[in-house]
Write a protein that binds this ligand. Structure first.
Ligand code: E4P
Length: 217
């Protein structure tokens, strides 16, 4: 399973990229706003750090505007994935950009029907938002199962990119289903390394090791 970081924060990306676990990055207009920085510069800098797909989202909502913005974002670097909203115009732009070999991540997916349409439009990635569904007492992870089944039925190559992840358990549940990617906030990636029994076991080993008086080097 690939792990993307869901952030536009350059220092967090630089830090966590050192772990070797970061396969790509997703951003959105809210994350760019949170960074307080220029979108073009930020995406350029991220692409210089991470070689995997870097999602950069258009802000136009009409087909022509999405095409113009999408091409501009795609020109920043060969690993830019243009992020388009799951609307009629968004899927039309998805088909056009995908036909030009530009990777597209279709975002704001909340139903299996929408995911089916995104795959038919040739999306490289579909981003179902599990956390936002859970927030309204729906079952986000059930949507991932439905999409996985539909895509397998028809051998669609669109990758399922689980978005709006709220916990380590979300990542585990998505992996059990077999989702291709989870995009996760930096804090959750850091939490994934940790277990209290690892900390305790390591402390015990170190205590016992000291009693031997040995040194490996
Ligand atoms: C990623 O592509 C999405 O934009 C992101 O995961 C949304 O997460 P949120 O629901 O926590 O804002």
């Amino acid at each position: 399973m690939k792990l993307f970081l869901d952030t536009a924060d350059i220092s967090e990306i630089t830090d966590l990229n050192r772990t070797g676990m970061v396969d790509g990055i997703t951003t959105n207009p809210s994350l760019i706003a949170k960074s307080g920085r220029n979108i073009i510069q930020t995406i350029e800098e991220i692409c210089a750090i991470v070689s995997g797909p870097v999602s950069a989202e258009v802000t136009a909502t009409d087909y022509d505007g999405m095409m113009q913005e999408g091409r501009k974002l795609a020109n920043i670097s060969s690993n830019v994935t243009v992020k388009l909203p799951l609307t009629e115009d968004g899927l039309r732009a998805c088909a056009s950009l995908s036909a030009d070999d530009i990777m597209v991540n279709v975002t704001l997916c909340f139903s299996a029907a929408q995911a089916l349409l995104a795959a038919k439009a040739g999306a490289s990635f579909i981003s179902p938002f599990v956390g936002r569904l859970d927030d309204i007492c729906s079952d986000g992870m059930n949507l991932i199962s439905e999409i996985a089944e539909i895509y397998a039925n028809y051998d669609f190559s669109t990758e399922i990119l689980v978005a709006s992840v709220r916990s380590v358990q979300d990542v585990v549940d998505a992996a059990i289903i077999g989702a291709d990617v989870a995009t996760i906030p930096p804090k959750i990636l850091s939490q994934m390394f940790k277990h209290p029994l690892t900390d305790k076991g390591l402390a015990d080993f170190m205590t016992d090791w000291k009693t031997t008086g040995q040194s490996i080097l």
